[in-house]
Ligand binder design. Structure first.
Ligand code: ADP
Ligand code: MG
Length: 670
């Protein structure tokens, strides 16, 4: 009999071809097959009388074959086998398509259990290609697992493999969850749960087993992440002895919000405890994350280290450089900008200043993580708008120093529990407070009919001294002609000829982009027509109206980010989304935005609508694959799993008393 560590080939009926497919989907051993959870179940425990069969349902009947199966050729390559079956309540026709061998196994006059789909009414009613089996009376067809299929594999293959795996379990696969947890959360023990999930006898059993498997998976995940975090805390980090930020606070043009002050004191503590910091700052758009990042840069500089701030776009990097450069200078620290589009000579000069240590704080784009950039002594690294970077890029910045303190900033607020999982081994600070005086952005979704009125509204805002963004989606090649940013600019120039209208899109040269952005910032442009290059971080407080064209083409969180470009000053701000007339989905999505300015609520709705894979983007988090738990919908269990993992590991950091658990954690993170 094959053992748990044997490969699929050890199972009778699985040859090299199928084994190769199993390998490809990550099933290298029978143990892996235990985590191939059914995606659904066919409940054949309920037997219906034939008279009760309804069109469209799946049903099981216990019936006698009433006529000899006969073959009908309809046309070439298409044959039907037909016969009737009956029970006490009535008769129904059975049809198989191109499967005469199946029907040939049946004997007229004998009773079987048939399970299949019902189609049609009255005399035309049929049971289509039903599964059948001979069962003593009183027995039902049970509950049949339905496994997720991959091309080249059949349910029968999956049944074979999982059966062999289940057969190998007794005595070979000890319980690895601490007994206390099973009792506390009322979870079935491992062997029972495995049988219940793969070969259940009731649906209630399935749900208990699923709950255990979900808990188990989340618990293993949390244990692994907690161990990573503990390891980081074992490594020796830079100690920033001087955490007196009073000069910094005095130089900042505003007093910090309570949340900013809290985040800064959290990160100051991280930088003095002797271990490298890895902290996530989560805050809605406009919550003032930049000031928190600046505090860390100053902290590094005043302790004799360099700091780097990496932003996802050149516009954003330039903006940070313009607003923070003078602030840093006033504290006696020099600041350098480094972006990809800088001229070769400027770049060379920047590289030299960075590697000599002559410059203290470096602000830039992906250019910062290029091979030829060497830091003299990088002590702190900040990643702004982290969702725009992959795990590798974040790691690359970290590797520019010797275990520098790392701060990453996210404007997509998600529930704290979820953040702790998604961002794995990071500590989390939440900016849950906006700077004072912010008014919520009044948001409206409109259809094309409203266009003339919207143009008038733009004019009015400009007359009152405000400025306007018009955001257009990117036009992808080969697409139907959506109105592009250029076309919108043309239209606006005709409708509002006396207004100064600027255009900003990703294909422009950096110098052109900078010029347009700084004109807009300085109030020399009334209306800025832009693609989503302005989505991240751009800060022009005087702009108080945003009009989004084709709002239906953006995701919820993205629309919220866009809207975050207004409502930054004292003026009442507005956001208007076109696209209300583009169908039901667009309407609901836009209604969510019009209903709230709360980024947490919007992120939750977005997560629910799109699912976690899409929401986070797979490449971002670099977490192990989950087979059964859903991090969005299993939040409550996740909370418990995390607390329990923390508790267990603080008592037994190496899991020495739990070798089986440790093996499972290592297996998940291998
Ligand atoms: P985000 O969290 O979206 O990155 P920013 O750091 O860009 O937000 O800040 C948004 C705006 O709020 C900026 O104009 C900034 O100067 C201002 N701001 C930040 N903190 C405060 C504060 N404590 N008081 C007043 N204004 C603030
Ligand atoms: Mg920002």
């Amino acid at each position: 009999m094959p053992a748990l560590h044997d490969g699929p080939r050890s199972v009778q009926g699985i040859g090299p071809k199928k084994a190769a497919i199993f390998e490809r989907i990550g099933i290298h051993t029978l143990q892996d097959a235990l985590e191939l959870y059914p995606r659904d179940y066919d409940d054949r425990t309920h037997i219906s009388p034939i008279s009760a069969l309804r069109d469209g349902e799946r049903a099981c009947v216990r019936a006698v074959v009433g006529s000899t199966p006969t073959l009908h050729r309809i046309r070439k390559g298409m044959e039907l086998t037909k016969f009737t079956i009956f029970d006490d309540s009535g008769t129904v026709n059975v049809t198989y398509f191109n499967n005469r061998y199946q029907a040939a196994l049946l004997r007229e006059g004998e009773e079987y259990l048939f399970c299949g789909a019902v189609r049609g009414w009255g005399r035309g009613r049929q049971l289509l290609s039903p599964d059948f089996e001979k069962k003593p009376s009183g027995e039902t067809g049970g509950i049949v697992p339905i496994y997720p299929l991959t091309a080249g594999l059949t349910q029968r293959d999956l049944m074979r493999l999982t059966q062999a795996a289940l057969d190998a379990v007794p005595g070979a696969y000890p319980e690895f969850l601490p007994g206390g947890l099973l009792a506390e959360y009322d979870l079935p023990p491992l062997e029972d749960a495995l049988i219940s999930i793969h070969r259940p006898s009731t649906m209630a059993e399935v749900s208990a087993a699923r709950r255990r498997m979900i808990f188990e998976e989340l618990f293993l995940l949390c244990c692994g992440l907690q161990r990573r975090k503990d390891k980081r805390k074992e490594s020796v980090g830079l100690v920033f002895g001087n955490v007196d930020l009073s000069a910094f606070w005095a130089a900042l043009p505003f007093p910090p919000t309570g949340a900013q002050a809290r985040a800064v004191s959290e990160l100051s503590a991280d930088c003095t405890d002797g271990h490298p910091m890895s902290r996530l700052v989560q805050g809605d758009v406009g919550s003032g994350k930049t000031a928190v990042a600046a505090a860390l840069c100053v902290l590094a500089a005043q302790n004799g280290f360099q700091a780097a701030l990496m932003a996802p776009t050149e516009i954003l990097a330039a903006q940070h450089y313009e607003s923070l450069g003078p602030l840093f200078a006033s504290l006696g620290f020099s600041c350098t900008l480094l972006t990809g589009s800088m001229g070769a000579a400027d770049k060379r000069a920047a590289h030299a200043a960075i590697s000599s240590g002559e410059t203290h704080i470096i602000i830039g784009t992906h250019a910062l993580i290029q091979k030829d950039v060497e830091f003299a002594n990088l002590g702190a690294a900040v990643v702004d708008e982290q969702h725009r970077f992959g795990v590798n890029q974040r790691a690359a910045l970290r590797q520019k120093g010797q275990l520098p303190h790392v701060l990453i900033m996210s404007a997509t607020p998600i529930p704290r529990t979820l953040a702790l999982i998604m961002y794995g081994d990071l500590d989390v600070s939440v900016l849950d407070e906006l700077p004072p005086g912010r008014q919520p952005v009044a948001t409206y979704a409109v259809g094309e009919k409203m266009r003339p009125r919207i143009y008038k509204f733009m004019e009015k805002q400009i007359l009152d001294g405000g400025q306007v963004y018009v955001v257009c989606p990117l036009v992808e090649e080969g697409e139907q002609p959506l109105k592009s940013a250029e076309q919108h600019t043309e239209t606006l120039r005709q409708v509002l000829p006396h207004r100064r209208i600027g255009l900003l899109h990703g294909k422009m040269k950096q110098a052109e982009k900078d010029a347009v952005m700084s004109d807009f910032s300085a109030g020399k442009i009334d209306i800025l027509v832009a693609t989503t290059v302005i989505e991240v971080g751009v800060n022009v407080p005087n702009a108080n109206l945003m009009v989004v064209e084709d709002g239906d083409r953006f995701g919820l969180s993205q629309l919220h980010q866009l809207r975050g470009r207004v409502g930054r000053g004292r003026r009442q701000s507005y956001c208007i989304f076109f696209g209300k007339d583009k169908g039901e989905k667009a309407r609901t999505r836009l209604a969510t935005l019009c209903g709230t300015n709360d980024g947490f609520a919007i992120a939750r709705a977005d997560l629910a609508q799109r699912g976690p894979g899409d929401f986070f983007g797979q490449r971002q988090h670099g977490l192990p694959v989950l087979h059964i738990a859903n991090i969005a919908s299993d939040l409550a269990l996740m909370q418990s799993a995390r607390e329990e993992a923390e508790r267990l590991l603080s008592a037994d950091p190496l899991l020495s008393a739990y070798p089986a658990l440790r093996d499972r954690v290592n297996r998940m993170f291998r």
